[in-house]
Design a protein around this ligand. Structure first.
Ligand SMILES: [Zn+2]
Length: 173
């Protein structure tokens, strides 16, 4: 099943919201450079569902779900860190911050003067927001590394310290 063509490059916010358009489609991780550069599974798919509607007859909104499996680099052990993401969001697009104050608190407020939004940008932003700032394994993945460090410390040349002492003595005389 080929769905990738059903996502337009640009989202026409007011137009789609008035028509209550629902879009679903797939990207490949490599389609989104900002995601691709932190993921090692670049050929895996991203599933996307977007539903447009008007809140209070005037504010364009999107309810969306993005799901993907992404393989990141653990920032503690630098090993592979696979994560399953199911990002769901309620976005409201406003021209001014004040317009956003009247909307329900479940909305993420997106302030933009534009009537269109690049689909790639929206999907990238939502995925990046849902990834932890410093992704790490949820178990103690440093245990192996710490053992290695101890071995290295012991292996350090013990004469290095003697040398320093000798140099200090020479300095005195
Ligand atoms: Zn780790």
């Amino acid at each position: 099943m080929e769905l990738s063509n059903s996502l337009p490059a640009q989202l026409k916010l007011i137009n789609f919201a008035k028509k209550e358009v629902s879009l679903s489609g797939q990207y490949q991780i490599s389609d989104l450079p900002r995601i691709s550069e932190i993921a090692s599974n670049k050929t895996d798919k991203i599933n996307i569902n977007l539903s447009f509607y008007l809140d209070n007859d005037k504010t364009p909104c999107i309810d969306g779900i993005i799901s993907l499996d992404i393989v990141l680099v653990c920032q503690r052990c630098l090993g592979e860190l696979p994560i399953s993401l199911n990002v769901s969001f309620n976005l409201a697009f406003v021209k001014h911050e004040k317009q956003g104050e009247k909307l329900g608190s479940h909305y993420e407020i997106y302030v933009t003067e534009e009537d269109e939004l690049a689909t790639h940008d929206l999907i990238c932003d939502e995925i990046l927001l849902s990834i932890p700032m410093v992704p790490t394994h949820d178990y103690d993945c440093t245990e192996v590394m710490t053992k290695q460090e101890i071995v290295e410390e012991k292996a350090e040349n013990p004469f290095a310290i003697l040398k320093k002492i000798q140099m200090a003595d020479n300095g005195k005389e």
